[in-house]
Ligand binder design. Structure first.
Ligand SMILES: [Zn+2]
Length: 178
């Protein structure tokens, strides 16, 4: 009997400081605002949190390991690229994405009008139906760095499952018993 648990959960979060003159990109969507995240890439906190959750679910490390901020390759890189790459790594490890849930914490602006576009872009980058990507938004209630408008935060959880239940994912030292 295969003792592996079929489903695996992953968690990711990300925080970026906000500064004037930076573009606010979330889930690959440009949200018009006077401040944006400071970061080596485009600072897309939502994409970064989801990427970390995907890598974490398969115990493949974290975003810093796969996309080091010391590498010029990732300077101002669109973070949807990270999601595409994470999907490839999951494929190679023998997993597919069951669903993603996430929350963006940002004091301003209101994100509701942009969420459908974010869901579409992230789902497209990950090669999964939009229905499998949930994005929620909330404010910081005036407290902490988010509440004071100085930072953006994103949290994400994902569930992954083996590509084929009959054939456990490779690379785990698993031997089939007959
Ligand atoms: Zn980030």
């Amino acid at each position: 009997m295969n003792s592996r648990c079929a489903h695996r959960i992953g968690f990711g979060n990300d925080v970026h400081r906000l500064a004037a003159g930076r573009k606010l990109i979330l889930g690959g969507v440009h949200v018009p605002f006077e401040r944006g995240p400071v970061g080596h890439s485009d600072g897309d906190a939502l994409a970064h949190a989801v990427c970390d959750a995907l890598l974490g679910a398969a115990a493949l490390g974290d975003i810093g390991r796969h996309f080091p901020d010391t590498s010029p390759e990732w300077h101002n890189a669109p973070s949807l690229t990270f999601l595409r790459r994470a999907r490839e790594l999951l494929d190679a490890a023998g997993y597919r994405i069951a669903n993603i849930d996430s929350t963006i914490s940002l004091e301003r602006p209101k994100l509701a009008p942009f969420i459908p576009g974010m869901r579409e872009k992230m789902a497209e980058a990950l090669g999964i139906p939009t229905e499998q990507v949930s994005i929620k938004a909330k404010t910081g209630e005036g407290v902490d760095a988010v509440g004071k408008g100085d930072a953006i935060r994103a949290d994400a959880v994902v569930l992954i499952e083996p590509l084929a239940a009959a054939f456990p994912p490779p690379k785990r030292g698993h031997t089939l018993s007959v």
